[in-house]
Design a protein around this ligand. Structure first.
Ligand SMILES: *Cc1c(COP(=O)(O)O)cnc(C)c1O
Length: 286
């Protein structure tokens, strides 16, 4: 595999730090937890979609696109990072937001939506139920028939091109862990559109690493997600020229955390987020 042979543009601040969560690890009584700070990737608030966009946007530019079309749920981090990338590159952004979570507060106007609007994207809305990528493609076709050179990015930027960002990230993690003298027993990721988990699996397989990757489902059952991650990982390995096999048994997804549904908090989640917010400081700051 030679990742350098794929078109890529620099959008992320890399490498992102790999930091110990000392107080949290101590509070929980172990294991030693480290966080890969992809929230520091640097694109209008950061996040994991930026690594994918380095490859996707390079492909879009190679194809002569002037308009990027993408899709997501109302508070999509992917949509916000994609819009930021278009601003940076001087492209138009047309996004389709699905009203997947209905709430009676200002959910539909704050957070990422505030930034999406601030950055000047054209926002379209649709109801849930239909296939969002199909609707996004239809929007792209419509814009193309009006003369735009469109480039469509699917949900979460998770196709074989976007997943290359996390193939590369696997190497980054292995390199940092090596420098820090750190033995990694497991990698845990939130997993939705599959590109992050699939990319890491391919990158680790390519490096001959046997570190297990656990995907925590944000939007579907474990069995369903395992199948989707496996499919994308196989396709990504083919695309990237990785010859190491992707074994079905290496794809592990846990659907036990996302109740009552996508984008909806539960008591355990609020407790966990609060705990993290209060227990991440270094134990001996001086
Ligand atoms: C998109 C996203 C994920 C999931 O990544 P996928 O590649 O879509 O599986 C996890 N965490 C955050 C904060 C995200 O925005």
């Amino acid at each position: 595999m030679d990742l350098a042979s794929f078109p890529r543009i620099q959008l992320a601040h890399l490498p992102t730090p790999l930091e110990p969560l000392e107080a949290l690890s101590r509070h929980l009584g172990g294991p030693d937890i480290y966080v890969k700070r992809d929230d520091c990737a640097g694109l209008a608030g950061g996040g994991n979609k930026t690594r994918k966009l380095e490859f996707l946007m390079a492909d879009a530019l190679e194809q002569g696109a002037d308009t990027i079309v993408t899709v997501g749920a109302t508070q999509s981090n992917h949509v916000r990072q994609t819009i930021a990338a278009t601003v940076k590159l001087g492209l138009q952004a047309e996004v389709l937001l699905e009203t997947a979570v209905v709430r009676d507060d200002d959910y539909a106007g704050n957070g990422n939506v505030l930034l999406d609007n601030l950055m000047g994207a054209t926002i379209h809305h649709c109801e849930p139920g239909e296939n969002l990528d199909v609707q996004g493609h239809a929007l792209a076709d419509e814009l193309a028939s009006d003369g735009a050179n469109t480039y469509f990015i699917p949900t979460g930027g998770s196709n074989v091109i976007g997943a290359l960002g996390y193939v590369d990230c696997a190497d980054e993690i292995l390199g940092q862990a090596g420098e820090m003298g750190l033995g990694v027993d497991a990698i845990v990721v939130a997993s939705g559109s599959q590109g992050t988990q699939a990319g890491l699996l391919v990158g680790l397989a390519n490096a001959g690493s046997e570190i297990p990757v656990y995907g925590i489902c944000v939007s579907r059952s474990g069995a369903e997600l395992e199948e989707l991650v496996f499919e994308l990982a196989k396709k990504t390995a083919d695309f990237a020229g990785v010859t190491a096999p992707i074994l079905p048994g290496s794809v592990m997804c846990d659907g036990g955390y996302y109740a009552p549904g996508y984008g909806q908090p539960n008591d355990g989640m609020i407790k966990a987020v609060t705990l993290c917010a209060r227990r991440v400081r270094p134990v001996n700051p001086l």
